[in-house]
Ligand binder design. Sequence first.
Ligand SMILES: Cc1cc2nc3c(=O)[nH]c(=O)nc-3n(C[C@H](O)[C@H](O)[C@H](O)COP(=O)(O)OP(=O)(O)OC[C@H]3O[C@@H](n4cnc5c(N)ncnc54)[C@H](O)[C@@H]3O)c2cc1C
Length: 476
Amino acid sequence: MFDVLVIGGGVIGASVLRELSKYDLKICLLEKESDVCMGASRANSGVVHAGFDAAEGTLKAKFNVEGNLMMEGICKELGVKYKKNGSLVVAFSDEDLNTLQSLKARGEANGVGELEIISAEELRELEPNLSDEAVGALYAKTGGIVCPYELTISLIGNAMDNGAVLYTDFEAVSAKKEKGAFTVTASDGRQVQGKIVVNCAGLYSGKVAEFFGDDSIKIGARKGEYILLDRECAGFVTRTLFFTPTKLGKGVLVLPTVDNNILLGPTAEEMDIPDTETTQEGLNWVIEKAKKMCKNIPFYNTITSFAGIRAYSDRHDFIVEKSPKVEGLINCAGIESPGLTSAPAIAKYVVNGLIGALLPLNKNVEFNPYRRPDYFFKNLTDEEKNQIIKKDPTYGRIICRCEQITEGEIICACTENPRATTVDGVKRRTRAGMGRCQGGFCQPYVAEIIAKCNNLPLTEVTKSGKKSNLLQGVSK
Ligand SMILES: Cc1cc2nc3c(=O)[nH]c(=O)nc-3n(C[C@H](O)[C@H](O)[C@H](O)COP(=O)(O)OP(=O)(O)OC[C@H]3O[C@@H](n4cnc5c(N)ncnc54)[C@H](O)[C@@H]3O)c2cc1C
């Protein structure tokens, strides 16, 4: 019997799990996919928003500002890449300039520091590739960027190192409560028991709440498509560039990633049946808008496109509350943007505010907040690398040529918490396959290492779980 079951291994479930692991509790994360971080937390802009966007008094505004302040410290503890690169909301007309004044006032009311309206000249000095049509901007110096999957995986890994249990391929499909405890059943019949359940199921949080007996949550899906440019474009822009929001929407962002790629997007398309396909129409829209923001975008350096799905609620704010219908169920639902930024603050509130009122929270005296960075090897000096290679020659063998990832690092990804069992899982943990050739050279070698580490035949290695097997009909 667990004290707390967390359903959903996205950044919200991951943050709640890690916060829980600071206490002397038996905790377990249930994830329906074969790996963690397969939902919205995998495919988003990675912006640590400053907090001027959400209306004063909303949970979005509160958790955004608090989360922004917490993010740097958490990333330091976990060895996750984070950059306080600053955000610019760019104006292209007098009307936009007026809107910037309201955004600044809203930000100040929300408690955001270091907000400044800057002129076209100052703007061009900061970002020389910005369009000549730009007339000014709101500069938010506290805006940042983070790698969303590195953060999510590290939060879960750190929680597991501190005693949390993870069940993957566990799609929770039903629940019943008896004698003060929930029994949650998976689609394959497995069962697990817990006194409290935290529903962090993203797009499916409405469905999960419903099978617990709470029909109060309605979730909609909105797709966002992106284009990613190669690291060769590093420095094309250094801050996160937003359009000034209008009645027609927010337009696209042009921004660097923490790994020095350039990201363009997202679109915003309502969907009845969620899918993460990219479309010609969506990508053309991104190109058209990005060209309005910046000149000379090196589109020839495009290496991939991808899409993520926002899960929004009909309340148009985050839902972070005790279920009004089921005692012991806590819902974290409708966590659209700025959910990534807000995750640390949401987790603190869920654990200290909501779970603390239901269970005694005694400190886990052995809690270790630190974790070795996923990309530790790359950042070592040649001397340090040679020492490691002498002890373990697998670190001397480069598997991913584009990103210079070694066999040793891939073995680590397959053996350390939370273990990668798929090619995409290795990719998110090591960056093997994230480079210019997008895995064209290294994928077979990565698959072989996964097979070896997990004691699997090569035919059972998948790209991303379920039936995405890489090979068919191979006898070895
Ligand atoms: C296009 C886009 C851009 C965004 N940009 C930003 C940004 O720049 N900054 C920012 O702060 N936020 C941003 N966001 C928002 C942010 O990504 C989300 O708020 C956040 O990732 C939500 O995390 P989550 O854990 O709630 O959901 P998810 O990451 O979707 O996780 C939910 C998990 O639950 C699992 N699950 C579902 N049902 C079950 C079940 N029955 N049993 C077990 N497991 C289940 C899923 O498989 C999934 O892993 C963006 C979102 C999108 C889509």
